[in-house]
Design a protein around this ligand. Sequence first.
Ligand SMILES: C[S@@+](CC[C@H](N)C(=O)[O-])C[C@H]1O[C@@H](n2cnc3c(N)ncnc32)[C@H](O)[C@@H]1O
Length: 344
Amino acid sequence: MNFSAYTSSREIPVRAAGAGMEECLFQEAAMEKSRTNIPCSICSGTNHADGGRDFQGPVMFYGHGGLIQTRISASIELRKMLGLPATETNVYRLINSEGDGLSGLITDVLGEHLVVASSAAWVERMKIDEVEVVENSIRYRASPTGQKTGFYADERDNRHFLRLLCKGKTVLDLCCYSGGFALNAIVGGASHVTGVDSSGPAIELAKANAALNGIEEGRCTFIRQDSKHFLSLSVAEGRSWDIVILDPPKLAPNRKVLPRAMVQYRRLNALTMRAINPKGLLMTCSCSGAMTQSGQFLSVLQEASKQAGRKLTQLRYAGPSSDHTLDVSYPEGAYLTNVLLKVH
Ligand SMILES: C[S@@+](CC[C@H](N)C(=O)[O-])C[C@H]1O[C@@H](n2cnc3c(N)ncnc32)[C@H](O)[C@@H]1O
């Protein structure tokens, strides 16, 4: 198998936690399959006093490269322990920054490709426009030139859990991106699924993914629209669903804007609750570190339920899938909350 990975021409600083020395990852490189059957090859180099660098491989670290190599190997071993990759899943997070002791380095596996990104700024992706990946036996086109590294692998377990609840239900997937929750709902036997996203390319990708999995057109509809606009129209027209997933973009990029973002989360969730059938389900998410770390997401949802005139029962409280490791001494790494609620 010919593994390759693409990074930008920018240099990503990578700090090995506890190393006391900065190590840098050089790019402009396509990684190769290594002897450990890992889809990348990492080499050590030297940082000279005059600012020059030695590097002799497709992807280079300088400084104590051995430490980084050890941590990368540990990350790979940990994913193997978690059963990744597997026949039914070949898209997952291989290196999760501080969670794997490699602050600043995020690496996702997309089938036979690695997408490397810095946490400071998502790296410009090159050369691969689209790849095909499989997650829990559902096939996806993933576009590394699109959002994130091309695929939101963090919601894998949550998508799978949702799948188990959908038999015979009508489902609305708000902020659906490439259709991850929507396709799981269909595979789980939903009678009809509607996916909504404001991004045209995301909607095209979701439609392509439905076709890729042989899903009949009548079973799902993907609509390009602002979620609030869609919900307002639906509520006005008296449309509602048995199960709604709400997975908005990061509304609180930092703590300073958290109070304003909490108002947005409250309003958006209240509006969403109004579009849920009595005793229906809401799977609602926040991918804002500031929101998750504040511990106030449930309070926001409680306020939203009052606003919507509904009562909530919490059924499940979850975070990202286990490949999105978290160093417990670095709680700032926590970002995703996924709550499943019964909406009375
Ligand atoms: C966190 S991602 C969703 C990931 C998706 N649920 C999945 O499982 O792959 C957030 C999505 O919200 C979409 N989005 C951003 N603003 C939006 C808006 N106002 N209305 C609808 N969708 C929006 C983005 O295009 C993006 O696809």
